[in-house]
Design a protein around this ligand. Structure first.
Ligand code: PFF
Length: 467
């Protein structure tokens, strides 16, 4: 059975959906911590150069492959006449699958915190770390672990919301949801920005975010910024191919690429200017940590000391929730689009079964945080074979190996096999002239692949976490 291919109902619909995919936990949860670690303004400057020089060319390439092939990511390469590159599609599809397993559970944690700030902000403030660990199934006081049922329930709810949106389809669900979610996200972001900037003592954090402290910058900082940019722009995982394939032929993909990258970067930078100054103001520079603890633990101190803190805390997690939902929807859409097209399966049951499988594997991720010592296997040349917790192994596999490989495959395919001229033709299809042809060709053929190979080498040779 051949399902009719969906299309975006409007120009704005696509832009908001692609921006919704890009703007996610990566921007608000990961970016501020990395910017802080990487020397504030210096990291920011590097990031602002990486996005146009490396992020935009790769995004333009992925969107072009999608729109030219009008196909899901696995079949896209075959449809363009290069079956040998289907592995790139498979890799992207698999990355999307693995990431969604854990991303949706982190979405569940966020949903839990939205509820926490409504119901029991005092409990969160009382012992932020204990509260966070407690959510994940660990009681530090008794040094005991237990099954994190509550957060599993929240992850289930989170995925159920995603499933409903996806079942409603591209135009009826994803597009409509993003049309409400994305503007809401921007409004909340601006409110929080004003609030953070006017906190007494925030100036020091703002100065830090503008200072060029090159002492903190190493070659690895550059690679961290680069892999953050890929993750943040949803590149190297099939999403932009899938979303590009729903774009009508008369749409200007060059302009769309520019808009999506700009919005994504704007949100990341704004999030940096909210979180870092707010933490400086209330906890001091030592209060700035990164990773899960950053968004879930340090920020409790911020909201506790802020007038109207519980309300702003609720708003912050609501913002994170919107961001996580729109990104998860895009990831699941990539998976479902492939299954419905390739196998001819119907959208509703496919979505339900996919979400159920994602949920179950995600449970292993959440449980391996504390409740059970589930391990994965890992290898790098610095440390040999190691057995990190399953949750870390899943992120290592996607962020350090598979995303760079998939992005590298795309660059190679577009730069040397399908040729930049095909992308130029795709861009010019709507009647505009693509003025940066030589720059684009050079970036996609040489610069982007070299930078991606550097990520792969550094993470494999030194075992450094670049994510
Ligand atoms: N770009 C998203 C973020 O920054 O959180 C994460 C993501 C979403 C990655 C969708 C990949 C993807 F396909």
């Amino acid at each position: 059975m051949e399902n009719k291919r969906a299309q975006w109902g409007s120009k704005l619909g696509f832009i908001l959906a692609a921006a919704g995919s890009a703007i996610g936990l990566g921007n608000i949860w990961k970016f501020p911590g990395k910017a802080f670690e990487g020397g504030g303004g210096a990291f920011l400057l590097m990031y602002l150069l990486i996005v146009p020089l490396l992020g935009m060319p790769v995004m333009l390439s992925e969107l072009s492959v999608g729109r030219a092939s009008q196909s899901n990511v696995v079949d896209a390469f075959k449809k363009l006449g290069h079956k040998g590159y289907s592995w790139v599609g498979w890799m992207g599809w698999t990355v999307a699958f693995i990431i969604t397993c854990y991303y949706s559970h982190v979405g569940g944690w966020v949903l839990r915190y939205v509820a926490s700030y409504v119901v029991e902000p005092r409990r969160v403030y009382g012992d932020p770390l204990g509260y966070f660990y407690g959510m994940l199934g660990y009681d530090p006081a008794a040094d005991a672990t237990f099954m994190p049922w509550t957060v599993i329930l929240f992850a289930f709810l989170f995925l159920a919301i995603c499933a409903v949106v996806i079942i409603k389809g591209v135009e009826g669900g994803i597009e409509k949801f993003n049309k409400v979610g994305m503007p809401a996200l921007f409004v909340i972001l601006v409110i929080l920005f004003v609030r953070a900037a006017t906190l007494p003592g925030a100036g020091e954090g703002i100065r830090y975010m503008l200072s060029l402290d090159w002492g903190k910058v190493t070659p690895q900082t550059f690679l961290i910024a680069l892999s953050q940019a890929f993750y943040s722009l949803s590149l190297g995982m099939s999403i932009m191919v899938t979303y590009g394939s729903y774009l009508p032929k008369e749409e200007n993909i060059g302009k769309n690429t520019f808009l999506v990258c700009t919005m994504d970067t704007l949100v990341a930078v704004l999030a940096g200017f909210i979180v870092v100054p707010a933490v400086f103001a209330t906890l001091g520079p030592d209060g700035v940590g990164k990773g899960g603890g950053f968004a879930f633990v340090s920020l409790a101190g911020v909201f506790e000391h802020m007038p109207g803190g519980a309300f702003f805390g609720f708003l912050f997690y609501l913002l994170l929730l919107f961001a996580a939902l729109t990104s998860t929807v895009s990831l699941i859409e990539g998976i479902v689009a492939f299954l419905t097209e390739r196998k001819g399966w119907r959208r509703t049951p496919t979505t339900i079964v996919t979400c159920a499988i994602l949920f179950l594997i995600g449970c292993l991720y959440t449980c391996s945080q504390a409740a059970f010592p589930l391990k994965g296997v890992w290898f790098d040349f610095a440390n040999g074979v190691t057995f990190p917790p399953l949750c870390d192994a899943m992120e290592f596999l996607t962020d350090r190996i598979m995303i760079p490989l998939c992005a590298l495959g795309t660059c190679f395919f577009v730069g040397w096999v399908w040729k930049p001229e095909s992308v130029v033709a795709e861009v010019e299809r709507c009647g505009v002239k693509f003025r940066l042809v030589r720059t684009y060709s050079f970036l996609i053929r040489f610069v982007a692949p070299a930078a991606i190979v550097a990520i792969l080498l550094v993470s494999l040779l030194t075992g450094t976490t670049l994510s």
